[in-house]
Each structure stands twice: as C-alpha cells, then as structure tokens.
Design a protein. Structure first.
Length: 426
C-alpha cells in the first residue's frame, strides 16, 4: 500500500529574487495531496568554499544569471530519483540528491536545485502531518525565538558607498519578547534614517535594506548607530551592536586591502583594529573579521578578542571546515546559511556540531532573498537563539521577521525569547 508521504511529483521553476535576479523554486507533491513549495536565496559576497550555485551563463538571458539548467535538473534528474520516496525521511531524501550529484560541492545538479527540493520536501511532509515547519523540524520542545540581528547600515559589496565593513547590525538582546525586540529595532532604524538626513547624508538603502551613507570611518558609523539607539530611548545595555566585516572580500596575497577607503593592513593590524573597536564600543559579535584562508589569524583573533566571533565565509556551513575550526580554536560561532551547503540535513548537522563544541550558531539569510520564510522556522526548530535577516524593512527581510512574530503568537505562553542568555554563554 502506498504511504501518504510518498513523493508523487516534483516541479521546478525560475522566480526572481530581491535583486531582480532569477532563482530556483521547487514544488514537491505527495500522494496524500500535500504540496510543499520553497525558493532559494543567493549571496553577493559568497565564500569561495560554498556549494555551487548553478547559473546558465547564457548572456542573452538575465546577463548569464538564469537558472534554467538548475530547474531542468529538478525536473529531469532529481525528480526521477526521489519520486516514490518517503518525504518524511528527510535525511534519505537529501542523501539521495547528494549521491545523484556525486560531487563535493554539488556542482553537477547545482546546490540551488538541490536545496529548493530539500526545503520543499520538508514543507510537504510538514503539511501532510498538519504541523507548522518549525514544529515538524524541531519537535514538541521547539519554542525559542531568536534574537534578531538587524543590519541597519550597509557597506562593502552590498552597497555603493565608501564604507568597507559590509554590515553594521543592531541586536536587541535586552527586549522581553521577539515582537518587542523587533519594535525596538524598527524604532532605531527609523531614528537612524532621521539622523542621517539631518547630517545631509544619503538614506538610500543597500541590498539588505540598511542605509548606505558615505561615512568616513568604522568609528563614525558606530557612533551614529549608538546615537540612534539612544535617541530612540534605549541604552547599549539593551541593544548591542554586531558587525560583519566580510573580510574575505579584502584579502589579496596575504594582505587586507580595503579598497573603498584605500587602506592596507596585515593580519596583525586588522586584529588590532577589531580589538580596539570591541574594547571601545558595545560590540557583541564580529563576523568574518578575517578572511576564510587566514586560519592562523583566526586562532589569534579568537584568543585576543573576547566576544562572539562568527565564521561565515570561514565555515560556509560545512562540517569539514567547522571541524578544522574547532580543532584550531578558530572563531566561537558559525553563521548558518542553507544555500552554502545545499540540504537541510547538512544544515542541521553543522548546527549540531557547533552546539557540541560550545560554538553558537546564527541562522542567516542571503543578500539576495525571496519571500520564502524557511529560515525563520529553522531558527526556532534548531533553537539557535540568533537570526540575521537584514533591516526591519523591505518585504524580503520582513517576511522572515513577520513569520517569527506569527510563530511567537502561535506558541503563546510557551514562547521563550532567547534574549540576554544567548550572549551570557560566551
Ligand atoms: C548575508 C551575507 O551576504 P551574502 O549573502 O552576500 O553572502 C553575509 O555575508 O553574511
Ligand atoms: Mg557574512
């Protein structure tokens, strides 16, 4: 007899992301009639060790950025392998795709094709079980709402201003609940907009919805954010600051070249700069403070700067790279991006490895996003306590935050905001 969870059909399509570039969406249908749909994000400051995003390269369509080959792979190569499988056995579904691809970085079928199906499959199974995705993936105990890390000031590859640090985020860890945290974040965001306007600076926004003014230094950017926090009526003991330097983008021949400001630094000088920022300002977390190839630098940074140090390009959600980091005491936190690795199974494995080693994990969006909200559910399911999803403005970003508000409402009294506890662990 056929189980209701049996996969009956899989369908892929090209949709647009928040930058107006094509990305992959998949639909997985089960014998019981349940359908799961998911679309995948896309990065701009991508790590060189990420799983492969398959692009068509045909310059006559979307300047070569089309994903018709990945879509075709879903319809013609993934679907024959998965049809008939039990969607509730996510690990087997994901392993079947990993095997069908046969490469380390998923370059044959494309990590974008594989991830779309992996997520859509989980959604179909959750629908068939009549439970929300966070409950399906996380079980009865899933109830922790993450602290949002909201990128309110953009630089680097995400903006065309003169700021080299990619993201300046606010972290409302002192709020009593997720929806209050979000309200605090929105108030600071709008206050920052007004302050920039008053200073005659641009309030144009970058890819993730944060402002992208031409500020003269990292210190000036942080001062302006602190002013916004305080003007909005909060203290830095309630709302902290997090940075994503995205330093791999600066790294050339063993040296850091900050091209927008035309500065050069060796590893030691950059560590000193980050240490000074962490000493002087209420900074809770620095992501990719050094480059993904600078392992010895990372070990030094971790010894010298006693805050959360997050590996994004460094680990690329990959357990092999994370294992090396743990051994070498490089970083103490991992950024988790589903499309860096390409399946839900491997994503959860990376979170689990981090947790066992005492590393924190932060679920993250990409700079190119869609309306898909899977990462919000994943953050609650895995109970990571932190999620980074851009500014609290722009539908591609607020979709995730709004999803978390709905989850918090559905959990009612059972909901627990990760809050201060998250940073006490460090
Ligand atoms: C979200 C990020 O940017 P992108 O998606 O461009 O890699 C990041 O670097 O953390
Ligand atoms: Mg990053």
């Amino acid at each position: 007899m056929k189980s209701g969870f049996e996969i009956s059909s899989i369908y892929g399509r090209e949709v647009l992301d928040s930058r107006g570039n094509p990305t992959v969406e998949a639909e997985v249908k089960l014998v019981c009639g349940a359908v799961g749909k998911a679309s995948v994000p896309s990065g701009a400051s991508t790590g060189i060790f990420e799983a492969h995003e398959l692009r068509d390269g045909d310059e006559t369509r979307f300047e070569g950025k089309g994903v018709l080959n990945a879509v075709r792979n879903i319809d013609e190569k993934i679907s024959p392998v998965l049809i008939g499988m039990d969607a509730s056995k996510q690990v087997l579904v994901d392993h079947a795709m990993i095997e069908a691809d046969g490469t380390k970085n998923k370059e044959v079928l494309g990590a974008n094709a594989i991830l779309a199906v992996s997520l859509a499959n989980a959604r179909a199974a959750a629908t068939a079980m009549q439970v929300p995705l966070y409950r399906y993936l996380g079980g009865a105990m899933a109830r922790v709402l993450p602290v949002p890390m909201m990128n309110i000031l953009n630089g680097g590859k995400h903006a065309s201003n003169i700021v080299d640090i990619q993201e300046f985020m606010i972290v409302p860890f002192g709020a009593p609940s997720f929806h209050e945290a979000l309200r605090w974040g929105v108030e600071v965001y709008h206050t920052l907009g007004k302050l920039l306007k008053k200073q005659g600076l641009s309030t144009a926004v970058g890819d993730e919805g944060g402002f992208a003014p031409d500020l003269e230094s990292d210190e000036a950017a942080i001062h302006t954010i602190i002013e916004a926090i305080e003007t909005a009526g909060y203290t830095t003991d309630e709302i902290g600051i997090a940075l994503d330097a995205a330093a791999s983008e600066w790294y050339t021949d063993g040296e850091y070249i900050l091209s927008k400001r035309k500065q050069r630094m060796d590893t030691g000088a950059l560590i000193d700069h980050l240490k000074k920022l962490a000493d002087e300002f209420p900074i809770l977390s620095i992501e990719d403070g050094l480059a993904d190839r600078d392992w010895t630098g990372w070990t030094r940074l971790t010894q010298e700067v006693p805050i959360q140090l997050v590996g994004d390009d460094l680990f690329v959600t990959n357990t092999q790279r994370l294992e090396k980091g743990i051994k070498e005491h490089a970083a103490n936190s991992i950024l988790i991006k589903v499309n860096q690795i390409g399946t839900l199974t491997e994503t959860f494995e990376a979170i689990e490895m981090a947790r066992s080693a005492g590393y924190t994990a932060i679920i993250s969006h990409r700079s190119g996003e869609t309306e898909d909200t899977s990462i919000a559910d994943i953050a609650v399911a895995a109970g990571t306590g932190q999620l980074k999803a851009g500014a609290p403005a722009r539908t591609d970003r607020t979709a995730k935050y709004n999803r978390l508000m709905r989850i918090e409402e559905a959990l009612g009294d059972a909901a627990m905001y990760a809050g201060r506890e998250t940073f006490k662990r460090l």
